[in-house]
Design a protein. Structure first.
Length: 203
């Protein structure tokens, strides 16, 4: 036993003394796509999320339609979400001052914006910035309605990372929360919203 331990520790010591090898950082940051919005929609839908393409003028109406279809009565929103997006017919709870967990857990869903979206992977990134609120808001409710604007879409992961501050609390969302057990039975809503609905806003 001692011989094996000594050998392992010796290998670790030799590895620590080796000269570090430069890591290539020539990531592809110039990717393009003919229709980034369409690509993002396709990839997000692959994750069983619901996606709608809308105009900015039609955004409030699209929010109303989404919430009406779900018989939604209460939604939580970040304190800085634009007033025009808090459409009539729903009780809106502003997270200001921060709501207790029990109250956030009792609502039908949450409406937020995002920091950036990645077309290649169908991923929406939240960083607790403008119109996003704190992380708890998007992890506790069962339904997340997320507004993604066309100018927030990047084609690749490296391109998206250039727009993000690594010290902020980043949450990468690729479809509804889901997991599988050893028999590959899919269960949704375990670690976050069971339903993700995305409004892709084009000019």
């Amino acid at each position: 036993m001692a011989d094996a331990r000594d050998e392992i520790l010796a290998r670790i010591g030799r590895a620590a003394r080796r000269r570090s090898v430069p890591v290539p950082r020539d990531y592809d940051t110039d990717r393009t796509a003919t229709d980034p919005v369409g690509l993002l929609r396709e990839r997000v839908e692959d994750y069983r999320a619901v996606v709608h393409r809308v105009t900015d003028d039609g955004l409030p109406g699209a929010i109303t339609a989404c919430l009406t279809a779900r018989d939604t009565t209460t939604m939580v929103v970040p304190a800085d979400l634009p007033e025009r997006l808090r459409v009539p017919g729903v009780r809106w709870l502003r997270d200001d001052p921060p709501l207790p967990l029990s109250e956030v857990d009792s609502v039908d869903g949450v409406l937020t914006g995002c920091a950036v979206a990645i077309a290649d992977t169908g991923t929406i990134v939240l960083d607790a910035g403008a119109a996003q609120g704190r992380r708890l808001l998007t992890l506790v409710p069962d339904y997340h309605l997320c507004v993604v604007r066309a100018d927030q879409i990047e084609v690749s992961v490296p391109q998206a990372l250039r727009r993000l501050d690594p010290v902020r609390p980043l949450t990468f969302v690729s479809g509804p929360s889901a997991t599988s057990d050893i028999e590959l039975d899919r269960v949704e809503g375990v670690h976050g919203p069971r339903t993700l609905e995305v409004l892709l806003v084009e000019p």
